[in-house]
Design a protein around this ligand. Structure first.
Ligand SMILES: CSCCC(=O)C(=O)COP(=O)(O)O
Ligand SMILES: [Zn+2]
Length: 210
């Protein structure tokens, strides 16, 4: 496959992921951003400010691993969060970011992070083969300074390299995978588990009310 076919194929996958996520209410009002690694080593990423449920081929552009635009378009405001993951994990082929209700609610209910355990759906995450597993999803304070936020995430991943995703408080979540499909499966599993954990928490809190 030549480089332009590869870019076209990855772009089509990102466009499909955007439609799927928007249909579920995870990327409202131009929020979210998506990327995929190209065979050339460059990264295909959404142009900043585009509606992620209605992406067209020219809404996907190329950046290098440092996040520098390679074609004159303005990449996602959160490009550094994507490229830092590609730099860290050689096997990562796609990164997805959503502003989903479940992740935002979870960041309010569990500001110190979430512990996911005893869920069969954990097996949708990479390397997990049993519900008898503990997966920690960190919650980082939101920050408009992408260098600072990326440094905080990187510092965490240095210590927890198996982390499958993270939440940014009041903002949304990031997850990644070997392919766009894998990253989308991780997003769907995490969003489902965020929702379940928030509901379980409110039921427990309700039980405690006089
Ligand atoms: C309207 S959402 C604010 C920006 C944001 O958090 C986001 O995910 C979308 O930014 P982008 O530059 O990637 O369009
Ligand atoms: Zn965002």
């Amino acid at each position: 496959m030549n480089h332009s076919d590869d870019f076209a194929q990855r772009s089509a996958e990102l466009i499909g992921a955007g439609r799927y996520m928007h249909d579920r209410g995870w990327v409202p009002a131009t929020s979210g951003n998506f990327s995929a690694r190209l065979r050339s080593g460059e990264i295909a990423i959404t142009v900043s400010g585009r509606h992620k449920g209605r992406l067209e081929p020219n809404d996907i552009m190329r950046v290098d691993l440092a996040g520098t635009s390679l074609d004159g378009s303005r990449p996602s405001a959160e490009t550094l969060l994507h490229t830092s993951l590609y730099q860290r994990f050689g096997e990562t082929g796609s990164v997805l970011h959503a502003h989903s209700p479940g992740s935002i609610l979870a960041s309010r209910v569990f500001p110190g992070g979430l512990e996911l355990s005893d869920h069969e759906l954990l097996k949708a995450l990479p390397g997990i083969t049993t519900h008898e597993t503990r997966v920690r999803i960190p919650v980082f304070a939101n920050d408009q300074d992408m260098n600072r936020l990326t440094a905080r995430v990187s510092d965490y991943l240095d210590r927890q390299p198996d982390c499958p995703g993270y939440v940014i408080a009041g903002h949304g979540f990031y997850t990644w995978g070997a392919t766009v499909d894998d990253a989308l499966r991780h997003a769907e599993a995490l969003e489902f588990l965020f929702d379940i954990e928030v509901r379980l928490h409110s039921r427990t809190q309700g039980d405690l009310q006089p």
